[in-house]
Write a protein that binds this ligand. Sequence first.
Ligand SMILES: [Zn+2]
Length: 445
Amino acid sequence: MRLALTFILAVLLSRSVEGRPLFRNEKKAFNKLLVISFDGFRWNYDQDVETPNMDKLVKEGVKAKYITPPMITMTSPSHFTTITGRWPEDHGVVHNMMFNSTTLSKLSHKTTQNRSEWWDNGVMPLWITAQEQGLKTASFHYPGGGANYSGQSVNRSLVESYDHPDSNVTEWRENIDIVMGWFAKEDFDFVTLYYGEPDKVGHRKGPETPDRKEVIKQIDTTIGYLLEAIDRHGLTQRLNVIITSDHGMTTVKKKPEVDEIKLSNFMPYIKLVYFDLLDYGGFGMIKPRKGKEQQVYDALVNAHPNLTVYKKEEIPESFHIAKNSRIQPIVLMADLGYNLNSQVIFYVNKGDHGFHNGEMDMKTIFRAFGPDFKKNYLAEPFDSVNIYPLMCKVLGVTPAPNNGSLSFTEGMLVDTNIESGANGSRHHVSSNLVAAMIFYLFLQM
Ligand SMILES: [Zn+2]
């Protein structure tokens, strides 16, 4: 009798959810997820530098040939698309600068990080959605992680200080150890970790320089440290990792190579422009003075062969920005490498982004590895908006409404039948049922 019952128990246990222990909370049956973003990591930065650790990850995980960030190819808009699965016109973070075109205020990227009024526009980032479904989440310097969403904050959030040094390699490793501790000792389920490089070196020195290559080597060494830290914390079998970025980088074109774009050359600037967001790479916006909209448009539309001008109502739908009220009446796009200058040309950046997301220099990286990802899997390019449903799937979270699709990414998963979201409850029912049966059998013994 006992032998028979033991056999039945063994069979039932072997059918437990995903082979995981039977009595764990349903949500905990899913593996943990770490998302790391290295700002401004162009899709091919690993191809002209020795990157042994990233090469190892190609064999041990998933690599997409490249991914396409949303328009606008800037840090805050793109990171927020990744964490919400929504286009910028829906999530409302349409620029790195927080601005008000009525009061003329402008706040830089880093100073916006605690300003909920900039980030909280009715769209829930994954941290909050996951928390509402019982997961424990954290953000380490990730854009938007320091804001409140409908009054809810991320369980744990570290916000980058204004003068945070982006290039301190020792600190990069310390941050990995902190995050590993969150997973291993405090049972966090989902953490996003952000690094400001190689964006900074790309801006300051340019993407085609030995300096940039050196930073890529440092990042690769840091990824090696990450692999070792995952192992050291005993997380190898239960932590999935996605490594991605927000946009690429291109060399800024300057005189005498090109005829630079300076808008005040084409119109009486102060007389016509009430507010602008310019001098910030290849994307810009203008709010003309009252009644001057057509005049501004006419002055700029054929002003420069490498400048494209849109009235707000003419912005192509494929940009996914036009619907948002923060988009100003005139939107400007410069060709790759041409900066949009308003009245003065600031020779600060040698590299920049913000250009059309169809340009290869704006494409960025996607890597993934861990228990739920296939090994040695090369994925076709996809839009970064599709990372969101993949994260939800891996975490077992029912996604909030989003613009992404799992169809672009589910081929990366070992088991595409990992049940998540609404279907996840079936696991819940079946595991409870099995537990009840075992309990009944014990009573009979
Ligand atoms: Zn940048």
